[in-house]
Ligand binder design. Structure first.
Ligand code: PCG
Length: 140
């Protein structure tokens, strides 16, 4: 298994409740290293671009509105099998279906306000990382 990187967002429900440290503890506890991290206010244009694949979904407007409703923490996580490992640590998109011990089981409030985002493939991880970080921002 190779060391790889994935892209993560701690969403506005996490910054609002001041639980970013608690979420990071679960990330680091799973063996993932936070090699880049920045707290930002996403613009509407950034959120629309980031979630462009969901443009036709009925929840797209709500999703963009939520992601710009407060600060987020954008992160790059590195480790063995990081994409799959982070998806396991996050738990199912819908917190009602998330397994015990996962971030979403512990913290997520609903399918929309579900605390974290993680890339779904290595290819998307590269594209998503490039939207928010330069190579020189990342150091293991
Ligand atoms: P994420 O960030 O991994 O990628 C797409 C997001 O769409 C997903 O997490 C969910 O938060 C969000 N999402 C999926 N289904 C719904 C829904 O039915 N309503 C809302 N508001 N958001 C949804």
């Amino acid at each position: 298994m190779a060391t790889e990187r994935t892209f993560s967002i701690l969403k506005p429900d996490a910054t609002r409740r001041n639980i970013t440290g608690a979420v990071n503890a679960l990330i680091e506890g799973a063996g993932l290293r936070i090699v880049g991290q920045r707290r930002i206010q996403m613009t509407k244009a950034q959120a629309e671009k980031f979630y462009e694949v969901h443009k036709e979904r009925p929840f797209y407007g709500e999703l963009v509105e939520f992601m710009t409703s407060g600060p987020v923490v954008v992160q790059v996580l590195q480790g063995e099998n990081a994409v799959a490992k982070y998806r396991e640590v996050m738990g199912a998109t819908n917190p009602a279906q998330a397994a015990e011990g996962t971030i979403r089981k512990q913290f997520a409030e609903s399918v929309g306000e579900n605390t974290v985002h993680g890339s779904d493939s290595q290819e998307n991880a590269k594209l998503e990382i490039a939207q928010f970080f330069q190579d020189s921002d990342l150091t293991a």
